[in-house]
Design a protein around this ligand. Structure first.
Ligand code: ZN
Length: 435
């Protein structure tokens, strides 16, 4: 179902709305945030220089470092009295990035999520279990309020306690799962280990998944394991959380809520805006935020844009699935490798489970990559010939895709630590080993 008439406007109408809102957003950020006054002065521009969508390129980028350097409230545009909620990204490296919400910001957020869960086929008939961690992280509460807005029944489980997750799904007739793709896959394997077949014994048919990039192979496996339709959506705490875009049943990219976000794709090295269809780094300007307005935020996520008509009837621009991040590309002996390429191979190989870890280290002067991955059936590890076969298949596939020869270690099912939130898939030991 299409939630809002704003999703089916003519392209000209959408651009008109964006232009008007952009002018207001730029003026607002300039007048309320000293950081933007300084940025504009350095760039030699004033808000009046921004009159059309193409003028956007005159504005300098905002980065995660800008948030960190102004921790906690330096980028806020309103006094504390106007703030009704705070969220923040994980601060695993340095200060967390803090965002605030006014009542208006929360209202818009709910609207954006209502559209995205509707795209995934969720309605007021559904019961949605949220297996994202509640707390400062934007995922859980963001989805929570949007689901309530459309009238779905929310089960605020939070992450972890997997056995109980399965029990509640079964006993309460849960139809919709909200989680990271990796945790959703883990939960299906936990159910199977408890003797519950999610397809036969559970009613979970919609997956609204996000907060980490995943592959088509991952989707296929999720759909198979759960008997569900898995849909991805996109957002980021600095942009206010999930709600930027989501997939429709046509599965040809994620529709952007364009009346609230302007998306650009740039060359990550030169900063130049790339033509529609080309892959590069996503840059987003939210068009509504009162508490923490952000202009041209560099997401470091790699995607491309597509404004061609979609079978679902929506006219909004789509962004392709995130294929990686500009900062997670690994250079192994001079070869560029994205972890997503490895995941694609692992998940499309019969007998290989969903949990894996890539470790990169140095052996002398050479780079070395090790991949630990679970098998789906422990009896595979008992038979030398089936183990050899499986290893050979994997080695060949990985070499074809990556052009390198990683060492592969197959381990028992469910023996590796499962992630409950964003999965840690790569450990790069090279920097710490260097003098
Ligand atoms: Zn569509």
């Amino acid at each position: 179902m299409i939630w809002s008439t704003k999703e089916t406007l003519d392209r000209e109408e959408i651009q008109l709305i964006q232009t008007e809102k952009l002018k207001k957003t730029v003026k607002y950020a300039y007048e309320h945030v000293p950081f933007y006054q300084e940025k504009f002065r350095t760039a030699g521009i004033v808000p009046e220089d921004i009159q059309t969508l193409s003028d956007l390129t005159k504005i300098p980028f905002t980065t995660k470092e800008d948030f960190r350097n102004h921790y906690p409230f330096g980028l806020f545009a309103v006094p504390k009295e106007k703030i009704v909620r705070y969220h923040a990204s994980s601060g695993t490296t340095g200060n967390p990035t803090v965002v605030g919400y006014t009542k208006h910001d929360l209202k818009v957020w709910k609207e954006c999520i209502a559209r995205i869960v509707s795209m995934a086929g969720v309605t007021y008939h559904d019961t949605a279990q949220i297996a994202f961690g509640y707390g400062l992280f934007t995922g859980a509460l963001g989805l929570h309020q949007g689901l309530e807005k459309i009238g779905a029944a929310v089960v605020p489980m939070s992450s972890g306690n997997s056995n109980k997750q399965i029990k509640i799904m079964k006993d309460w007739g849960v139809t919709t799962l909200i989680a990271t793709p990796s945790y959703a896959l883990h939960l299906s394997e936990v159910a199977q280990s408890l003797g519950i077949d999610p397809v036969e014994d559970l009613k979970v048919r919609h997956g609204v998944l996000g907060s980490e990039p995943s592959t088509e192979a991952m989707r296929k496996k999720l759909n198979q394991n759960w008997g569900m339709h898995a849909y991805e959506n996109y957002g980021m705490s600095e942009l206010g959380g999930p709600g930027v875009s989501g997939e429709c049943p046509a599965l040809r990219g994620m529709h952007i809520n364009e009346d609230y976000f302007i998306c650009e794709v740039i060359d990550p090295v030169t900063g130049e805006v790339l033509p529609e269809g080309e892959k590069g780094e996503l840059v987003v300007t939210p068009l509504f935020r009162q508490a923490t307005p952000v202009l041209r935020y560099r997401t470091k996520d790699i995607t491309s844009l597509d404004s061609s008509p979609c079978a679902c009837g929506r006219t909004t621009m789509r962004m392709s699935k995130i294929t990686g991040r500009t900062d997670d590309m690994l250079i192994i002996s001079g070869v560029n490798v994205f972890p997503s390429q490895i995941e694609e191979v692992l998940l499309s190989t019969e007998g290989i489970g969903s949990n894996y870890l890539i470790t990169v280290s140095k052996k002398g002067y050479l780079d070395k990559m090790d991949i630990d991955v679970e098998v789906t059936d422990s009896s595979l590890l008992d038979s030398a010939s089936s183990l050899d076969n499986l290893l050979n298949v994997l080695r060949k596939k990985l070499h074809t895709v990556l052009g390198i020869h990683p060492s592969i270690h197959l381990v028992e099912p469910l023996s590796m630590e499962a992630s409950k939130g964003k999965a840690v898939r790569v450990i790069d030991k090279r920097n710490s080993e260097e003098k």
